[in-house]
Design a protein around this ligand. Structure first.
Ligand SMILES: C[S@@+](CC[C@H](N)C(=O)[O-])C[C@H]1O[C@@H](n2cnc3c(N)ncnc32)[C@H](O)[C@@H]1O
Length: 263
């Protein structure tokens, strides 16, 4: 793909604030509503199932977002987040340190609390997540050890949302990046991935980022080939067109897979 946006474009042109403003206002009738509602439900089910749990979870390509971690912190004591760009890690740290100017996640946090049966007040949920986060690391999925120069014991869960379809140029590099990430996970541990299908671009403010056009058959083959057994593959077709000009995805997915072997 000639208009592939690689690492330099992410580092120089990906605005965390524009990304958050465009996609994460739950209730604004945008992608936020469709993608978020579907994915949050899938993550609540996954992390409250009692099966996907343990000591440590790492999120790969966290960006400036926390939605993907809100249920994970119920199932994992320690959470490591990671992203390629300095600005995304800075924006994440603004939320983590509860500094002025942090994005207002309260509609999303309240929604997750509701889905979880209102067991705790939403303010407590955000604090619980903050306490669980033990590291914010630089990460590059194209390195054999994506968090190089840091090394950690293999973790119990690998989470990644909307990352590889943005980061990878083609199917070959997707497979390589997935295998690189997978070295961080224990055998028997879980991969939880969410993202979109059929997407070729997405807008962050005025800047166009390329998307790798994924389909179910490819994802199943790539994940199985990286040493996993797929336990569930949920998808939902896009139903509204309010973000037609911001991205061209056709469906969303939530995948849960167990690492069975080293590849
Ligand atoms: C569409 S955003 C997704 C952010 C967040 N996970 C979410 O669900 O909204 C894609 C993320 O992938 C990150 N990324 C791009 N290239 C990467 C690479 N080579 N290694 C790790 N992350 C990368 C970007 O910095 C960005 O945060």
């Amino acid at each position: 793909m000639s208009d592939y946006t690689g690492k330099d474009e992410y580092q120089n042109s990906f605005s965390p604030k524009a990304y958050l403003e465009s996609y994460f206002h739950l209730g604004a009738g945008s992608m936020g509503d469709e993608y978020l509602q579907f994915v949050l439900k899938g993550l609540v089910e996954t992390f409250n199932s009692g099966k996907v749990k343990g000591d440590t979870l790492i999120d790969i390509g966290t960006g400036p977002t926390i939605y993907q971690l809100l249920s994970a912190c119920e199932a994992f004591k320690n959470i490591i987040v990671s992203d390629f760009t300095d600005k995304n890690r800075e924006e994440f740290n603004v939320w983590l340190k509860n500094q002025p100017g942090a994005f207002d996640w309260s509609p999303v946090v309240k929604h997750v609390c509701q889905l979880e049966g209102d067991r705790i007040p939403w303010q407590e949920k955000e604090e619980r997540l903050r306490k669980a986060i033990i590291q914010v690391l630089k990460c590059d999925v194209f390195n054999t050890n994506p968090i190089d120069p840091v090394t950690i014991p293999q973790v119990d869960c690998l989470l990644s949302c909307l990352c590889l379809e943005g980061a990878c140029k083609d199917f070959e590099s997707y497979i390589t990046a997935l295998k690189n990430m997978t070295t961080l996970l224990k055998i028997g541990g879980y991969l939880v991935m969410t993202g979109d299908l059929g997407n070729t671009y997405y807008m962050v403010g005025d800047v166009k980022f390329s998307g790798l056009n994924l389909n179910e058959a490819f994802l199943r083959e790539a994940i199985t080939g990286a040493g996993y057994v797929i336990e569930s593959f949920q998808q939902s077709k896009k139903t509204e067109d309010s973000v037609e000009d911001k991205a061209d995805f056709t469906a969303y997915y939530v995948i849960v897979a167990r690492k069975e072997r080293n590849v």
